[in-house]
Design a protein around this ligand. Structure first.
Ligand code: ASP
Length: 347
């Protein structure tokens, strides 16, 4: 069936794909099987709003050259509407899909690019399987000239079916680049080459003839983490606030009154903070709320104890957004200060 599918015309393949998509059942005959979980974003933007997951996938009949595809619409939202509740349910769904189908090659998650690095990092810490999970989106809508979504989706499926991607953690694939979920930042407001890993570089590339991996991330991920979210109904509330020139720490004082489970302070380079923020940090700590310093600067680590022995915690090289995710998962396990710092240093 696969070989006849390969020989068939594009329109026949599109019809075949539509049949798969609408039936959403597995059809025997393919060596590889991939589930595409769609969440929305620009890759799913139509003239009058978000289009269905089926429509996103049907537009790329070439997917059938690589795998049998099953599509599941998880949500139909721009990624600025994502919430920690979505992350939790998405991770639980990814784990369930892997559990239900031991022969599945991998899972592709289509997603808006604005918060893609956050969702990818959350999945990187909570998926309990070594099979590939590839997060993909696009910077241009399907209707634009040179839309990048179809090629990105095809490349994501190619990565999800590549044995080289097994055990590499959650991957972000756009613009023929393969990034590690922990490393990627969205770096450009408009261009297709927006996802980059400052300093560390990509793990590899999706070339026309092959998926090429040059390196692995050494940070523990997926099946090697201590985070089991299968029974979790919600994530602890962790707020984030930036320090800035001349801050009087009022935001931190307000957070101390609100008493979330934790706070992330986006600091200047090296974890340095303004005098106002330093006072605010004391107020947060006095309220019994753990607070994490995370640098707003993409390159390098926060070195040593920059918190003035205050009892605040430090996220070394994670972006403030990713430090928030890690703190949420850590607080779901422990409130012990040393344990929290160990977790921040481990992932
Ligand atoms: N608005 C989009 C989002 O959902 C942006 C994108 O996908 O590129 O994040």
């Amino acid at each position: 069936m696969l070989s006849s599918m390969k020989r068939s015309s594009l329109s026949a393949r599109r019809a075949a794909l539509m049949a798969f998509v609408s039936l959403t059942i597995a059809t025997p005959g393919f060596a590889q099987r991939v589930v595409i979980l769609t969440t929305g974003g620009t890759i799913a933007s139509g003239a009058s709003g978000q289009i269905s997951g089926e429509s996103v996938v049907e537009a790329v009949p070439q997917l059938l050259d690589h795998a049998e595809i099953r599509v599941e619409e998880f949500s139909r939202i721009g990624s600025s509407q994502m919430t920690p509740d979505h992350w939790l349910r998405l991770a639980q769904r990814v784990n369930a899909i892997f559990r239900e189908d031991p022969e599945l090659s991998g899972i592709v998650v289509t997603h808006g690019t604005d918060t893609m690095d956050e969702t990818a990092f959350f999945l990187n810490l909570t998926v309990r399987d070594t099979r590939p999970v590839v997060v993909v989106g696009s910077m241009r809508t399907p209707g634009e000239i040179s839309a990048d979504g179809p090629a990105n989706l095809l490349n994501a499926v190619r990565v999800a079916t590549s044995p080289k991607a097994v055990g590499q953690g959650v991957l972000v694939v756009l613009n023929e680049d393969i990034g590690a979920a922990r490393d990627v930042w969205k770096t450009h407001n408009r261009r297709v080459e927006t996802f980059r890993s400052p300093e560390l570089g990509f793990l590899g590339f999706v070339d026309p003839d092959a998926v090429v991996l040059h390196r692995s991330t050494l940070w523990p991920h997926t099946a090697a983490t201590e985070f089991d979210v299968s029974e979790l109904a919600s994530l602890p509330e962790v707020e984030m606030t930036p320090d800035y020139t001349g801050s009087d720490g009022a935001m931190l004082t307000w957070l101390a009154e609100r008493k979330p489970a934790g706070v992330v302070l986006a600091t200047f380079a090296g974890g340095r903070i303004s005098p106002g923020a330093r006072e605010g940090v004391q107020t947060v700590l006095a309220a019994g709320v753990p607070i994490v310093f995370a640098s707003r600067v993409p390159g390098g680590r926060i070195v040593g104890d920059v918190t003035g022995n205050s009892g605040a915690l430090v996220a070394r090289d994670l972006s403030p957004h990713k430090a928030r995710i890690l703190l949420m998962l850590a607080l779901a396990i422990t409130r012990d200060r040393q344990e929290l710092q160990r977790i921040l240093d481990t992932y």
